[in-house]
Design a protein around this ligand. Structure first.
Ligand code: AMP
Ligand code: ZN
Ligand code: ZN
Length: 304
């Protein structure tokens, strides 16, 4: 009969960390998880004492877990946390997650600012999709990134934290690599490209998605596990399945992909330095004459 007690105490284990062989009970899993996230933040120097940190919260397990851990550190590091939520305008989906995020922020005593596509751009995502042939995720990704950055700047944040986990990072690395999209591959690993971009931090970037889900569950974080109704990126689905299959037979390969990417990054950065310029309309860093957000906005505004 296999040993099912925690590696650190006599309690029953609820998680086996396959790539290290450690087993954890509830209490020791939460302890391990929070400690490892803190180590990641230290290693990459994500936080400085006294900083104002914007936390991008969607209401999902990743962003609320990020907020939970940062709020535990806030007092010690004298951090000033502000949660930022973007309401894309997705009927029958966003309202419930907004409610959850609001409740959790109130519980933690963290102020929450909500910005919507409709207010800021004049078009909710549901409308944009009807006006254009483009995929919903194209608008969503570009506009959300812009609004998160605008909100963080308006609030005077020194950094913007997102809930991206190890799986998100590794999928993005492999997808960009397979597509030969060097620009995006570089951008992924750069925390700030210019003065206008609030530096990004990803405290969960070394935590596998499965562990984040377990952490949220065991910590009683009221996270939404619902999928966005527009989520249907088939290439991402294929890449995710491939990486998960590889991880099954080679535990730890997700970490190797991330580490390999980090070793490549210094060489990739010189590529980016050549490619970026400023958008002629809004001044944001852009690879072309105008940035993607300005181009998409123009498509949605029929000229008179
Ligand atoms: P996703 O691309 O949906 O996996 O989201 C990655 C991260 O982006 C989340 O963990 C959040 O930190 C942030 N994020 C996603 N959607 C929103 C949103 N609507 N409002 C604020 N932050 C968001
Ligand atoms: Zn234990
Ligand atoms: Zn622009």
């Amino acid at each position: 009969m296999a040993n099912i007690t925690c590696s650190l105490c006599d309690e029953r284990a609820c998680y086996l960390r396959r790539y290290s062989g450690q087993r954890f009970c509830r209490r020791h899993f939460i302890e391990y998880f929070e400690k490892k996230v803190k180590q990641t933040m230290l290693r990459y120097r994500m936080l400085e004492r006294g900083e104002r940190i914007g936390v991008a919260v969607s209401g999902g397990k990743d962003s609320l877990s990020t907020l939970n851990i940062l709020s535990k550190l806030a007092e010690k590091l004298d951090l000033d946390l502000h949660a930022i939520l973007i309401d894309e305008g997705i009927a029958n989906y966003r309202a419930a997650t907004i409610k959850q995020a609001k409740r959790f922020c109130e519980e933690l005593g963290v102020p929450l600012t909500t910005l919507s596509f409709k207010e800021r751009f004049g078009t909710a995502l549901d409308e944009a999709v009807k006006l254009s042939q483009r995929n919903a995720c194209t608008f969503c990704g570009v506009f959300r990134r812009k609004l998160l950055n605008d909100a963080a700047r308006e609030l005077g944040c020194d950094k913007l934290a997102t809930g991206h986990n190890l799986d998100d990072e590794v999928q993005a690395i492999v997808m960009n690599y397979l597509r030969g999209d060097l620009e995006r591959l570089v951008r992924l690993g750069i925390d700030a490209g210019s003065e206008q971009l609030v530096p990004r931090i990803k405290p969960l970037m070394e935590m596998p998605e499965k562990e984040v889900a377990l952490y949220a569950l065991l910590s009683g974080i009221p996270a939404s596990f619902e999928e966005c109704p527009y989520a249907q990126d088939s290439f991402r689905t294929e890449v995710r399945a491939m990486i998960n299959r590889l991880e099954e037979s080679n535990p730890g390969i997700k970490f190797s992909i991330l580490r390999g990417y980090q070793k490549l990054l210094p060489y990739l950065k010189s590529y980016q330095a050549k490619a970026l310029r400023s958008c002629a309309t809004c001044g944001a860093p852009s690879s072309g004459e105008r940035c993607k957000a300005c181009m998409l906005l123009e498509e949605l505004t029929p000229s008179a």
